[in-house]
Design a protein around this ligand. Sequence first.
Ligand code: MSP
Length: 505
Amino acid sequence: MRFYLTTPIYYVNSTPHIGHAYTTAIGDMIVRHRRQRGDETFYLTGVDEHATKVWRVAHEQGLEAQEYVDRIAVPWRELPRRLNASTDFFIRTSDDGHKRFVREFLQRMYDNGDVYQDVYSGLYCVGCEAFKTEDELTPDGLCPDHLIPPERIEETNYFFRLSAYQDRLLALYDERPEFVRPDFRYNEARSFIAAGLRDFSISRAGQPWGIPLPWDEGQVAYVWADALINYVSALTYAREGQDLRQRFWPVVHHLLAKDILRFHCVYWPAMLLSAGYEPPQQLFVHGYLLLDDRKISKSLGNIVEPLQLIDVYGADAVRFWMARAVSFGQDGSASVDGVRERYESELANDLGNLLSRTTAMVARYRDGKLARGAADPPFDLDALNRDMAERFDRFDITGALEAAWQGVRRLNQYAGAEAPWHLAKDTSQAARLDGVLYNLVDGLTALAVALASFLPETAPKILVALRQSEDLSWGRVRNGVAEEVGGIAAAQPLFPRIELPTAAA
Ligand code: MSP
C-alpha cells in the first residue's frame, strides 16, 4: 500500500507556534504507523510564502520579500526536525520547481475553459487571505477569525468557474462518504457545496509578490491557488529525476484544521478536476488545540514559548502530550502544565518505572536471562494490534494511544498482582517466576513497538534495554514476540527527573 500524507503549508508571517507543531507531530504519528505496517509512505510539509501578509511583514522589516522568506524559512524548516517528524520533503512555494508547476497547472485550468476575466469588487481579509462577503462578518463588520475589518478591493482579475463544478463535487461526496473525515466536517463541506458555489478569483492584480500567471504576466496567482497546488507540485521535483506523482497521486491524505476546510474540501478538488487530476483520497479535518493563555505557567518556571517545551522535555513528551491532551479531531483546551504532569505521572511513572522494575527483576532473579517459563499472558496483544490499527485508520490517534496506554497500566497491575519478589523466594515457583518475567518483557516489547509512532526516541531505548530486536514491524505487536535472551541489566531511567531552568537573575 502507498500512503501520502500532507500538512498544510504554513504562513511565514511569523515563527512557528505550538498549533503548527500539533498538525506536523500528529501527522508524523500517522505516517510512522503506516510505515510500521509496511506501507510505502511520503510525508510532506512546508511553508506558504506568497501571502500578502508575508509581503507586508517583510516590508515592515525593510526587507525584500525573498530575503525575508529565506531568513524565516530556517526556523520553519527546523520545526519538523525538533518534533522528530520524519518528513520526506519540505516545500517552499518560492521553490523554482513549485513556481514552474503552478504556472502549468493554472494554464491547464485556463485551457479547459474554466478561467475568465472579471472585476472583483468586494472585501478581502489579509488575516485569512480570503475574499469575504458581508454575511461572513461579525455584526460590527469584522472578520470573525481575526477580528479585523477586511479591506475593500476592486480589481480586474481572473476567476475560476467553481460554480460549474457543483454537481461533480456533490457526486464525489455522494460516491465517497469517507472523502472528508470526521462525519460532521463531511456534512459541513457538503452543505456548503449544496448551498450553491460562487466563482472565486484565482489571481490578484497589482500585487508585487507571487507567481505571475502564464497568460497574463501582470497578475500573480492568488495565494490559495498557488498554495494548494503544492500537494502535487512537490511530487514533481522532491526527488531529482523522479516523478513521484505516479506513486503518490491520488493516494494522498490531507491533514488540516477546520479553519481551512473550505479551501481544501471544496476549492481544491474542483481545481484538481479542472486541471485533469484525480481528487485526493481523503481529507481529515481536525479541531483546534487551544492553550491556556497564561504566558508563564506555574509549574514550568520561565518557559514562555510552548515550543521550548521540546528543549526541556524532549520531543517524545511533547508529542505524547499533544496526542493525549485533547481528543484528536475535536477542539479542546489544554494546559502546557500538562506536559510536565504527563511526563512525571505517565511517562516516567507508568512506562519508565515498568521498564526499570522489569529489567531490575530479570537482572536480580535470573541473572539477566529471559526464559519463557509457564504463565498465561496478562492480556491479548493481538487484539491490541487490531484495535490500534483500526483506530489509526479512522484517525483516532488519541484512542490508539489510549489503547496502548491501557496495556502499560495492565502490565503494571500484573507486576503488582503477580509479585515476582514473592515468587523469587519460593523455589517451587521457579517456572512461574520465569513466566511472569517473560510476560513483562514480552508485553513491554510489544508495547514499545505499539508506541513507536508516538514515542520514536523512547521505543528503541526500551527494545535495547530488553535486548530485543529493534524491528518495529507492526506484526510484532503480539503475544510471544520476545526472544529468550541473556544480558538484561537494570535499565537507566527512561524519563529522568528534569530540573527546570530557573529564571535569569
Ligand atoms: N497557508 C495556509 C495553508 C495553506 S495549505 C495549502 C494556512 N497557514 S497557517 O499557518 O495559518 O496554518 C493553519 C494550520 O495550522 C491549521 O489548519 C492547522 O493545521 C495548524 N494550526 C494552527 N493553529 C492551530 C491550533 N491552535 N490547533 C490546531 N491546529 C492549528 O492556513
